[in-house]
Ligand binder design. Sequence first.
Ligand code: XIL
Length: 299
Amino acid sequence: KSIDAIFKSLGKQYFGTAADRNLLNNAQNSEIIKADFGQITPENSGKWQTIEATQNNFNFNDLDFLVNWAQTNGKLVRGHTTVWHSQLPNWVDQINNKATLTSVIQNHVTKEIGRYAGKILQWDVVNEMFDESGGLRSSVFSRLLGEDFVRIAFEAARKADPAAKLYINDYNTVEKGASYKKTTGMATYVKKWIAAGIPIDGIGAQAHLVAGEAGNVAPSLRLLCAAAPECALTEVDIVQASANDYVNTIKACVDIANCVGVTVWGVRDPDSWRAASNPLLFNSGYSTKPAYGALVQTL
Ligand code: XIL
């Protein structure tokens, strides 16, 4: 039985992985995705620098490919990501007035999310907006608009695809424990924004872990999941992971009722953005590693 099938039997929506056109066109990799995963997340093809490298000149080729592949193969999609300070083209970084940035965000979110309306389960509308002390990271968005960019982005996203669950996603939020400032800061801000009517449906915890941090995931994720209608682990990989690190991390979501699914950030170690550290569930020979078997046994 695949982990995805086990997840579904436990009432979860999916067990997913990141990919893009190159990895979907790789026969061995795509066979694994078809057999073992229920959701795909575009690793890079949904990012601002790919989608709108020059203003109002949109390139959806690779994201179209991924969404079509998912539909053909019966897989869900997590959209990733519209508003993020990184992999952001210079022309956006250089905007220096509020009104321009507001309409640029609205246009980008509306065009990208609207194009796939009805086809995407969840969108990471805002990514990595918090700093390590739990405040707003300095970016063109926060410098010009303060917190308002969150409302601007989420309201445009809701309008563009009323069916998609809209997420705010970040890293270092489940690694350090439930009292870590970034974790409590995110939970506090999100509760406040939801109470103020901003259409946030979910909190995503990326969970790019280092071995040894896995014990912190359950308490931190519980705190985050209590702050929003739903939550997910969105980009799991674990540097030098033991099978037990994987079990502890993924079981944390399984044990929380409103945690709807887990995405691992790739299939095979050598294709990972952290390739040197053996962080995933399949090895270079496309075979499952011990963590995979441990998950199937334990979940
Ligand atoms: C990473 C990709 O995996 C790399 O291929 C790319 O070079 C950089 O971005 N947080 C995120 C993801 O939200 O989009 C990042 O993905 C990893 C960290």
